[in-house]
Design a protein around this ligand. Sequence first.
Ligand code: UD1
Length: 421
Amino acid sequence: MIEPSTTHYVINAAGPLQGTVAIGGAKNSVLKLMAATTMADGTYTLYNVPNIHDVSVMCRLLESMGATTSRRPGVVEITIADLEPVAPFALVEQMRASTAVLGPLLGRFNRVELGIPGGDDFGHRPIDMHLTGLETLGASFTATADGVSGTTDGLVGGTVRLAFPSVGATENILMASVLAKGTTTIRNAAAEPEISDLASFLNKMGARISGSGTSTITVEGVDALEAVTHRVIPDRIQSATYMAAVGIAGGEVVLEHARYDHMAMVCQKMGEMGLRISPDRDGIWVSAPDRMRSVDISTLPYPGVATDYKPALVALLAVADGTGIVTENLFAGRFRYVDELVAMGANIRTDGNHAIVRGVERLQGATVTSHDIRAGAALIVAALGADGETTVVDEGHVVRGYPDLAGDLTALGANVVARAV
Ligand code: UD1
């Protein structure tokens, strides 16, 4: 099991990247599929499961409710029986994606307890859309000492209009509506590939969902579901991280199993920057013949450029030719890593939800700190374009999303050493 200990990633410049890297299963999909297993008893087998810490946290969360789980490389097996629909605060606070059990547990058991940081003020917390949507289907929520408690006399289908296409709210409402009576329509639904993966998993279990991957999802409620096996879609954020690595270090790499169709917009943006990208037989081929050119980038819900790609894109712009303006439209204050890039010699100014990135020829090695999964990965990738040695001090964030970032980059010819401290 991967445990998030403090790791120093020590990076030195190396030649262009060459070779093939296998892209693993999507973190943001597998965690939701695991949450969905709570909806029917039986034994589930998930394939293409990344060996990341967040999967371990979700295993523990399911076990705390009564499930049993076992893992072998790339596979997690989950047996659901006699569940108690209570998600304890101590586990939920470790990982926001734990909130994905809310809808499934409520839909199946007509009650749920979810420990959640700031739960006593949940009306103003960013799960307000999850709760309002579930209320539309007949749930009632009350604040508890450390979270929320939900009950219902039985969910009934209805029309939920999301004020914003929230990924988490769409998933919770989708899962809850599968066992509701009648038809549910989710309007302004999020359309991310991970939601389509969840819908296809649920449909295999016996659900009747149509329209996933579009802004209107329709669910015909069913009485019962059954356990299934499923292969998780590849991680598009990991894929984009490695594309940025090629853009920064140069070279030619095949991202085995990566799905171009899940990444069309970010591929288009990186293509405008000068990366050559094309779908390969089972993956994506990428090469960087020259220094990148700057472009402007705005993050948007799918099919727009995902906010999770942004740190790697900013790292790429930091060494591109020209000036690019990056606008964050999803989360406030997601520019903490910019100070670290500046410490490496990048020329970046932030103003509210904008970052103005003036590309420099080379960054300089420095000791910098990673504050979250994607920022940590972006700093490691940025260091591929730095003179001298860079140390990225990471308190267990990177292993939450990347099974072996240092190993993968090293296999492509980079010089990255991960040292547990
Ligand atoms: C998921 C992803 C995350 C990604 C994000 C957007 C997982 C585990 N995480 O997060 O990596 O960055 O989608 O693509 O899949 N909001 C509210 N109220 C709500 C729900 C959301 O105000 O009830 C706001 C959030 O604060 C944020 C925005 O809506 O500003 C988008 O959030 P959302 O799409 O829900 O992201 P997550 O599902 O949390």
